[in-house]
Design a protein around this ligand. Structure first.
Ligand code: 6R9
Length: 679
């Protein structure tokens, strides 16, 4: 019987009563425009909701009952929660589903193993093309349990934080889930970070345990990850043990503190008792850049984060059972956490772990993978799209992309040309392109074109619509709410949502100052946005000293800190500039110490080495301009606004220079810039 039983009974009764024609009309209209239960089962219980737009309105105006229903329906609880939320943005207090107990790994694994143990959970797209490996939910649970038992045997317990320094691979996912299983937090550090950057994060997280691999393999190149960990832990007194998985055959030097991960796992049982965690216990820390030199460890908790990742994954991408979801982000970033691991697994999905690069072994890599793995939703970054455009359409067209239904973009604004190409060439004009705006702080997607009414428009290069429960607002420079459309301002959120970060590890004060004090009563995103006449949002970029290089966030102050450590450098100013592939590039102004005599090429080499050793390769300056002095205010502040205008060649936009200590400095900077460009 294709009609739900309740409908059938009603329908039959209606015919008996002789009102069949009008009832059928209502039934038909209802089905064609809005079948609430089919779209979101919970919404059947929401009064007055008669479409997707109305569902969004309801989720914002009746947040309590919306999140109550969704949390009960979509998460498996050991103990149900007592209160949906206890939040006060003016105090920076965010608590969801208190009183509830659950285990995230059970939600991501065990409950699917009960219903479909042989369903594929992970497809590991290894760097070596065509050598993918599949792991079923049963296998991933076994791996996770062995790892959970191992961590317990080595003394890791609830409240500890395990640092994971691994490429995107099944054991990395199992490590994250094993932490969740035993109640420890994880701290995944992007495997492109240097030993010093890793050490800083291990120390801040006070990890006693690190999990890594002997070597990483990416784009056909070997990265000595174990060696990087060796260097890092020398300055990390808290570290007691390092587990080393074997990604390659190469034996690496092992000390008393190092253990072979796979060997140790084999000694463990495949059953591991899950810890009953409170909704607000920490699930993970993830370090990201802010506008000061020190990266911040954003803290996400259990229930709210998982629920938000799962719900956005299901509705932004239209993910359905049986689909293959291909998010190509590294697990070291929040996108990898929410849309390679937690969202898809909470939904019982099949998720791709992409270990390679878009151009290895050739620029057809993504689309060969789409064809081979029959990927339905593909989620990537604009910087990769811009790079691939340059190689030509033939690399895309060579492969069958008929499996694709949705294309996603994340990490930075997607320019119209890249959007059009993604839509027309990759998606053959039949796949909606969803430009998803969100942040490490937001836990999951906040603004995206979908979900929306089925035939609603999608505007290229615009994130457009707030997700369920999200209420964006724009603020002017005086902190006043901008209520009209066709206006730009600072993007804030007027209501809390379950996926948002709860604090900065070891620095709650910084959390309050950064996100809640700039606009009291609101969460400040740090981004600017434009709201169109139709009410759609478009992100215009950061309002602080954070830049975005190939979708990677980096604080200019972080780079300056390193540049200033060079013995030849007196001071420096680093700014972002518009780069046609990376989105933004790094431009450093450097003032040398008096009496220093150094060749520019040597300086550049030294600085690049230092930045890649202390941070990561992607943070290296593209340009280094030597200057006698930097333009400063009378109070000694570097005028970055002026430097940005010079680098953007917008000399008319230099603005008021009267507050400058010595306006002649600007002329020197302009001349130096022209000289550098003409080289
Ligand atoms: C998910 C992620 C966050 C910053 C964010 C913004 C920029 C992300 C964007 C976007 C324009 C989009 N950003 N998505 N800008 N359009 N669709 O990238 O998190 O690494 O924390 O970066 O990235 O500036 O504030 P994260």
């Amino acid at each position: 019987m294709w009609l739900p039983c309740k409908c059938t009974t009603k329908y039959v009764a209606a015919i008996r009563r002789g009102v069949s024609a009008s009832f059928l009309h209502v039934l038909r209209r209802g089905r064609s425009s809005w079948n609430s239960a089919a779209f979101m089962p919970e919404s059947a219980g929401f009064e007055g909701v008669s479409g997707r737009d109305a569902l969004h309105d309801y989720s914002v105006s009746h947040g309590e009952s919306f999140w109550d229903a969704v949390a009960r329906q979509r998460l498996s609880w050991i103990r149900p929660f007592d209160a949906v939320q206890d939040c006060d943005l003016s105090q920076g207090r965010i608590k969801w589903f208190e009183g509830g107990k659950l285990n995230v790994s059970v939600n991501c694994l065990d409950r699917h193993v009960h219903t479909c143990p042989e369903r594929v959970a992970l497809i590991w797209e290894r760097d070596e093309q065509g050598s993918e490996v599949r792991y079923t939910y049963r296998e991933l649970l076994e791996m996770t349990c062995r790892l959970g038992n191992l961590l317990r045997r080595y003394g890791v317990k609830k409240g500890d934080c395990v640092t994971i320094y691994m490429p995107t691979c099944p054991l990395a996912v199992a490590s994250m889930l094993a932490c969740a299983r035993i109640g420890a937090a994880h701290n995944v550090v992007f495997a492109g970070f240097s030993s010093e950057a890793l050490a800083e994060r291990i120390r801040d997280a006070q990890s006693s345990t690190v999990i890594t691999v002997n070597q990483g393999v990416r784009g056909g190149k070997i990265a000595e990850l174990k060696r990087t960990v060796d260097a890092a832990v020398q300055s990390c007194p808290t570290v007691q043990q390092v587990f080393v998985a074997m990604r390659t055959e190469k034996q690496v030097e092992m000390t008393d503190r190092d253990f072979a991960l796979e060997e140790e796992m084999l000694k463990e049982d495949v059953v591991c008792e899950p810890a009953a965690m409170d909704s607000e216990d920490v699930l993970f820390l993830l370090y990201t850049s802010g506008s000061t030199g020190k990266p911040k460890g954003l803290v996400h908790t259990q229930a709210g984060y998982l629920l938000y990742a799962a719900l956005t994954h299901r509705y932004v991408f239209g993910y359905h059972d049986g689909d293959v979801f291909g998010c190509v982000a590294d697990i070291g970033w929040i996108t990898g956490h929410s849309y390679t691991v937690y969202g898809p697994l909470a939904n019982g999905g099949t998720t791709v772990l992409f270990e390679s690069t878009p151009v290895y072994p050739d620029p057809g890599r993504y689309w060969d993978m789409v064809e081979r793995l029959r990927i339905n939703q593909f989620y990537g970054a604009p910087t990769a799209i811009r790079l691939l455009i340059k190689y030509g359409d033939q690399w895309v067209k060579k492969y069958d992309r008929s499996s694709l239904t949705t294309l996603g973009s994340v990490g930075e604004p997607i320019n119209t040309e890249a959007w059009e190409w993604y839509n027309r060439v990759v998606g053959e004009g039949r796949c909606p392109v969803v430009d998803t705006w969100w942040q490490t702080e937001t836990g999951g997607i906040c603004i995206a074109p979908k979900p929306s009414e089925p035939d609603a428009e999608i505007v290229p290069g615009m994130a457009m619509r707030p997700f369920f429960g999200i209420k964006p607002v724009l603020m002017d420079t005086e902190g006043k709410l901008l209520t009209s459309n066709n206006t730009s301002g600072a993007l804030c959120m007027a209501q809390p949502w379950p996926g948002m970060a709860r604090t900065i590890h070891n620095n709650h004060q910084r959390f309050l100052e950064t996100y809640f004090q700039p606009y009291p009563g609101y969460f400040f995103t740090g981004d600017g946005a434009y709201r169109s006449q139709e009410g759609y949002y478009q992100i215009t970029g950061r309002l602080d000293d954070v830049i975005n290089v190939s979708g990677h966030r980096i604080g200019t102050a972080e780079i300056e800190d390193v540049v200033n450590q060079c013995s030849a450098v007196a001071e420096s100013a680093v700014i972002g500039y518009s780069h046609n592939i990376k989105g933004q590039g790094v431009y450093a102004f450097v003032v040398l110490k008096k009496g220093v005599d150094i060749q520019e090429a040597d300086l550049s080499k030294q600085l690049n080495n230092m930045v890649s050793e202390k941070i990561a390769k992607y943070a290296c300056p593209d340009f280094i301009q030597l200057a006698k002095r930097l333009p400063k205010t009378r109070s000694g502040k570097i005028m970055r606004r002026v430097l940005r205008k010079v680098v953007d060649s917008d000399l008319d936009g230099l603005g008021d220079l009267s507050t400058l200590d010595d306006p002649a400095a600007v002329q020197e900077i302009i001349e130096g810039h022209e000289k550098l460009l003409s080289k």
